[in-house]
Every structure is written in structure tokens, then in C-alpha cells.
Design a protein around this ligand. Structure first.
Ligand code: ADP
Ligand code: MG
Length: 260
């Protein structure tokens, strides 16, 4: 599905958390959302999965306004992986992942064989088969994050919105999670702090700062030393990886001459 963000603003208490953002994510495209803390990434993502209504503009899925769509219809099309939610579920990992099937069932329907197969597959792909019956609350941060990704996978959506899905994950699981989303071929919008991961997995990178889009393009076009200095106030070098051809950012960590 295509995701169209059309002149979206989110204004709270006289302040624009998101200011007139427009972008289009093509069918099957993976778009990284980057930018410093407080840039408005999570707020923008919330407007996509309908947790915050834009105060201006529209969000469209294949041309249809998500804010006019019945909740269930949206849930069949779009899954969100949010930053690790507090453990108020007294549920097993299996139960949490099985919640992803809800939009595909009628009220009071149990899990049928297809649902169970889809949940088992999602658990397997997130390396959680051995933890299926563990209480979700007791998992480590990274395991919880993987369970929430597995739940989104079980939802079998055409579009995924992920807010820092690799937080808490070790390197192997970061690569696995991003490879997995990439391999699904779904349209994905993913907030990522790690610019090297963004460059390696995403078709384009959108950089936000102070609620605005300040750069949008391919990783090679966007991730320049000048942009990194301006937006993140870091002194960085960008080199093309000799084997993968992916731009890779390395920081000069010595002084803090850019902070003053
Ligand atoms: P990011 O995800 O890029 O770190 P957020 O979208 O979470 O940024 O936040 C953007 C800005 O909006 C921050 O300055 C944050 O403090 C502020 N903010 C977030 N939610 C609210 C809210 N409900 N009311 C007021 N300010 C908020
Ligand atoms: Mg955020």
C-alpha cells in the first residue's frame, strides 16, 4: 500500500510538534525516519496508526484517509510496533503475539489452525519459540521488543509502522529484525536512531528536526557530513562500504567543538 502524508501538522498547546510534513511512501518501500530526540518522529508515526489526530493535513493509505477508516479495517492493513510498552499484560508471549490475529477474526472466534500456524511462524521468525509460554512481563527489553514485532507480523499487514524497533536488541537481533521487515516486502515507515542500519536497510531516509522534514532522499544523498553536523551537531565522516556499497557513518568522537 502507499502511505501519503499530506501537509500534516500536530499542534499541542500552541507548539507544532510536527509542522506541515508531506511525504509519500511507495508500495513496498522502506522509509527510515531519523532525527534527534524530540524531532517529532514518534508524533508523526502516531498520526499514521491513528493514535494522534493531526491538527492539519491528512494521512492516506492507498488514497483512503486513515482517520475516516473503521478501526478494524485499518488494523487489517497496518500494524504498529511501538517503543516497548510497559508490562501491564499478564499474558504469555504466545498470547501477546496471538493478539495480532484479532483484526482478522469476529468477536468471540477462537484461534483456528491458520491463526495458530501464523502465530507459531511469527514466534519462530523472532527467535521466540522457546519463550512462547513465558510471561511477557518477565522478558528482557529486547525479548519484549521481539514479541511486539512478532505480534505485528502475525497481523499480516500490508503496511508497518515501527518506532525504534531495534532499541534494546543486540546486534544479531537488530539485523534479523530489519532483514525480516525488509524481506516481507511490505510498505514500512521505521524510526531508527542508527543511521548505518537506516542506510543498510531502507530505500530512503527522512530526517526530521524540530517537527519539520529537513532532508528526504536516498541514504547516500541524505547522510552527508554537512547534514549530520547541522542536525545532530556531530563531526562525522561518511564512507561507502567497499563490499556492500552502503554509506556508513563514522563519528569523530574526540572533542566537542561543535557543541559550542
Ligand atoms: P521523537 O520521537 O523524534 O524523539 P516526539 O515525537 O516523541 O519526538 O516528540 C516531539 C516533541 O513533542 C518533544 O519535544 C516532546 O517533548 C513533545 N511532545 C510529545 N508528546 C507531547 C504531548 N502529548 N504534549 C506536549 N508535547 C509533547
Ligand atoms: Mg520517539
Amino acid at each position: 500500500m502507499t502511505v501519503t502524508v499530506e501537509d500534516v501538522s500536530v499542534r499541542v498547546g500552541g507548539r507544532d510538534l510536527v509542522h506541515r510534513v508531506s511525504l509519500e511512501v511507495a508500495e513496498g518501500e522502506m522509509l527510515a525516519l531519523a532525527g534527534p530526540n524530540g524531532a517529532g518522529k514518534s508524533t508523526l508515526l502516531r498520526t499514521l496508526y491513528r493514535a494522534r489526530r493531526p491538527t492539519g493535513g491528512r494521512v492516506l493509505l492507498d488514497g483512503e484517509d486513515v482517520w475516516r477508516m473503521p478501526a478494524r479495517r485499518l488494523a487489517r492493513r497496518l500494524a504498529a510496533v511501538l517503543q516497548e510498552s510497559g508490562g501491564d499484560f499478564e499474558l504469555s508471549v504466545y498470547d501477546v503475539v496471538a493478539m495480532g490475529r484479532t483484526p482478522h477474526k469476529r468477536a468471540f472466534d477462537g484461534d483456528d489452525a491458520t491463526d495458530r500456524a501464523i502465530v507459531a511462524d511469527a514466534l519462530e521468525r523472532l527467535d521466540l519459540a522457546g519463550l512462547a509460554y513465558a510471561p511477557f512481563d518477565r522478558l528482557s527489553g529486547g525479548e519484549k521488543q521481539r514479541a511486539l514485532i512478532a505480534r505485528a507480523l502475525a497481523q499480516r499487514p500490508a503496511t508497518m509502522v515501527l518506532d525504534e524497533p531495534t532499541n534494546h536488541l543486540d546486534l544479531r537481533h537488530q539485523l534479523d529484525a530489519l532483514n525480516l521487515v525488509r524481506g516481507l516486502g511490505v510498505t514500512a515507515v521505521v524510526a531508527l536512531h542508527d543511521l548505518n542500519m537506516a542506510a543498510a536497510f531502507c530505500d530512503r531516509v527522512c530526517v526530521m528536526d524540530a517537527g519539520r522534514v529537513v532532508a528526504l532522499g536516498t541514504p547516500a544523498d541524505v547522510l552527508t557530513p554537512a547534514l549530520l553536523a547541522e542536525v545532530y551537531r556531530v563531526d562525522a565522516e561518511v564512507a561507502i562500504h567497499p563490499e556492500t556499497g552502503v554509506p556508513q557513518v563514522s563519528l569523530r568522537t574526540g572533542g566537542s567543538r561543535l557543541t559550542n
